[in-house]
Design a protein around this ligand. Structure first.
Ligand code: X5A
Ligand code: ZN
Length: 670
């Protein structure tokens, strides 16, 4: 399995700049690249990456997206006088030329293609290209918005042509709409383009009608262009996460890409003078993590915008550290999305419900909200919005530096019955490390009042030892094969709150009895996915999810994980995730690996997995997911059962009063 993270950077791309006065372009400076790269070097992240040399793109490669006339015109710019350059620049919007920009633009495309090569050949798992000029605004025959050639669009065509990639997902988290990418793939069902962008009802650059949510793609490509407009500034971490959970991720998993390209602009982060958003740099750790198990882990991030040098450098570091596999704490203050974003989410889901099975049961929009114009009016009238944020200049905005991300020395520890081999690269938690007599006595007291089974007792002691080592941050995550998962689960639940955290997310997969009383004190959030209708009570902390065909139904299971479990988990912010596979759960191995992978975005990666001891064949695959290997692709998911979809929507509706990150509709009744 491919491992490692590629870093593509060449100082040459800092060697062009704006040579005349143009307020629209003055933020696009060479330092954008140098501060990003220096931050990676200073933090030791660059040294952990695989450095790959940058090359120039060939004409043939540039022509995958651009016209011959445009390429020939740009080719002449190195020989132009300052006057000629200024005149040439005039025909385009918000862009500048320089005698060396053609050279740099070829390197920016070349770096993107080298990255695609490295990932597609398996030389590395994923990577990032730090490039200038950016690409996503440039079009077949036009430069635009600081962009000369469309790096990512060319990268997508190249991956399809050279490596036979059938489906490419482009995630554009830059704060501007990559209209160039949209135009390129509008009618192409093999490239799914997702972009969120500052829009303000068409009042923000590039002020295009076609940046709104109702541009869904054309002809065969209908449904494969997803625009999420930000109609206000000041969007926060929860707004970004809500869009990932309720729009991008369900559709991305249904699309099943062979490759993920990220148009990684960081002007969507706090402090940026263009974006004026409030999401903090550490959100990019989570956005990255949530994409890292798609496409078998094949993810290429390519720099686009980002104009606050501090925010930019921090965001780049957060992204790279996640690509390298380090755990991340959750960003502070995750609540629900704001009313304006709920409207956008509702509009996008509704515009796409006919194309994606995961969105089929989206509630219809009120007729009054069907036109952008009425939306704009409606929004001004609601009156229950928080006051528009103070008009501070972005340079004055301050935010705390993201905390250092600690990596426990041991990534994955295992507690296994004697005779079961320890999976590669895991550390066995041996019973030689005796637990304290206090722990022993508690286990005895809890479970063995009468008889005492030596083997079971030892196994539980191993389990507690593992938990204690996670509490001390010596171990990141763990796997235990136990005789009786229910007993082990109760044992962990009784110890975890004292030793590790007062919030445990308990995820049970498969049919079986789970003691719901453990959820009564709010110190545990239980999500139980099974095929049996719960007899017990549902409550804020007790969420039974019933799927008609149980956990063997991949589409239904993933819908529950992405739309329900993850938002609940992110809002709950547990200190430990206890992932329990009930005997005979029927969950298939690759889905299980996806789940284990995705859940490691929570609790700083502290995931403890419990499985029945006879499931030894699953020990290897589970350990590999815990070690951070990408989960295998799930393949095309097939249709969701409508009764499951309806049941999940109903569940969402009842829970969203307590869990704001579950909301998907504007104008809540509650
Ligand atoms: C790549 C990028 C922004 C252009 C803004 C023009 N371009 N006003 O972020
Ligand atoms: Zn941008």
């Amino acid at each position: 399995m491919a491992a490692g993270t590629a870093l593509l950077y060449d100082e040459e791309m800092t060697k062009y700049k704006l040579l005349w006065v143009d307020p629209a372009c003055k933020i696009e400076v060479p330092e954008r690249l140098t501060v990003s790269h220096e931050a990676l070097v200073r933090t030791g992240l660059a040294a952990r990456c695989v450095s790959i040399a940058v090359r120039e793109a060939t004409d043939e490669e540039i022509l995958l997206v651009h016209s011959e006339e445009y390429l020939e015109a740009v080719k002449k710019t190195p020989y132009m006088t300052l006057e000629d350059l200024m005149a040439f620049t005039q025909q385009y919007g918000d862009v500048y030329f320089h005698p060396n920009i053609y050279h740099c633009a070829k390197l920016a495309v070349g770096a993107t293609l080298q990255l695609v090569d490295s990932v597609m050949t398996g030389r590395v798992r994923n990577g990032i290209a730090l490039v200038r000029p950016p690409g996503h605004h440039s079009q077949k025959s036009a430069a635009s918005g600081f962009c000369i050639f469309n790096n990512v669009a060319i990268g997508a065509r190249y991956a399809m042509q050279k490596y036979g990639a059938k489906r490419v997902l482009i995630v554009d988290w830059d704060v501007h709409h990559g209209q160039g990418v949209q135009y390129c793939f509008e009618d192409d069902p093999n490239v799914l383009y997702f972009s969120w962008h500052r829009y303000e009802h068409q009042n923000f650059w590039p002020n295009l009608r076609e940046s709104d949510y109702d541009s869904v793609g054309k002809e065969k490509g209908a449904g494969f262009n997803i625009n999420v407009p930000w109609n206000k500034v000041g969007m926060e971490n929860s707004d970004y996460l809500a869009v990932f959970f309720h729009v991008l991720l369900p559709v991305a998993y249904e699309f099943c890409p062979d490759l993920v390209l990220v148009s990684a602009g960081f002007d969507s982060a706090i402090g940026d003078p263009e974006g004026k958003m409030c999401a903090t740099p550490d959100i990019f750790a989570h956005l990255t993590h949530l994409l890292m198990n798609l496409a078998g882990g094949k993810l290429c991030a390519v720099l686009e915008g980002g104009y606050n040098l501090t925010s930019l450098a921090q965001s780049v570091c957060q992204t790279v550290q996640t690509l390298l596999g380090d755990p991340a704490p959750l960003p502070a203050d995750l609540g629900g999305p704001c009313e304006s974003v709920l409207k956008s989410i509702h509009c996008v889901r509704s515009a796409h419900k006919q194309y994606w099975s995961c969105l089929k049961y989206t509630a219809d929009l009120p007729a009054s909200e069907l036109s952008a114009k009425s939306l704009k009016v409606a929004e001004q009238k609601t009156g229950n919005e928080p006051e528009a944020q103070e008009q501070r200049s972005p340079e004055e905005i301050v935010w705390p530096e993201p905390p250092k991300r600690l990596c426990p020395p041991v990534r994955t520890a295992v507690a296994l019955p004697e005779g079961v081999a320890c999976p590669d690269a895991c550390k066995r938690c041996s019973s030689a490390e005796a637990p304290s007599s206090l722990v022993l006595n508690r286990i005895r007291g809890d479970f063995f009042k009468e008889s005492e089974d030596k083997v079971t007792l030892t196994a539980l002691c191993d389990l507690i030892a593992l938990l204690e080592r996670m509490a001390k941050n010596e171990v990141r995550n763990g796997l235990a094969l136990v005789q009786d998962v229910s007993m082990a689960m109760v044992c962990v639940m009784q110890h975890a709150p004292t030793s590790l955290t007062n919030r445990v997310l308990l995820v049970c997969v498969g049919d079986g009895c789970v003691p719901t009383r453990i959820t009564e004190d709010g110190k545990t959030l239980l999500v139980h996915i099974s095929s049996t209708e719960a007899q017990g009570q549902k409550s804020k902390h007790c969420v039974p999810v019933c799927l008609r065909k149980g956990c063997s139904d991949v589409a239904g299971f993933m819908q529950a994980v992405l739309g329900l479990l993850l938002p609940l988990g992110y809002e709950y912010n547990p200190g430990l995730v206890l992932l329990v596979r009930m005997p005979g759960s029927g969950v298939c191995e690759s889905v299980w690996q996806q789940l284990a992978g995705l859940l490691q975005g929570l609790a700083q990666g502290h995931t403890l997995v419990l499985m029945q001891e006879n499931e030894t064949a699953s020990a290897g695959p589970t350990a590999s997911a815990l070690l951070g290997s990408p989960a295998p692709m799930l393949g095309l998911l097939g249709n969701l059962l409508s009764e499951d979809l309806e049941a999940l929507e109903t569940l969402r509706n009842t829970l969203q009063a307590d869990w704001k990150l579950l909301q998907v509709n504007a104008c809540q009744q509650n």
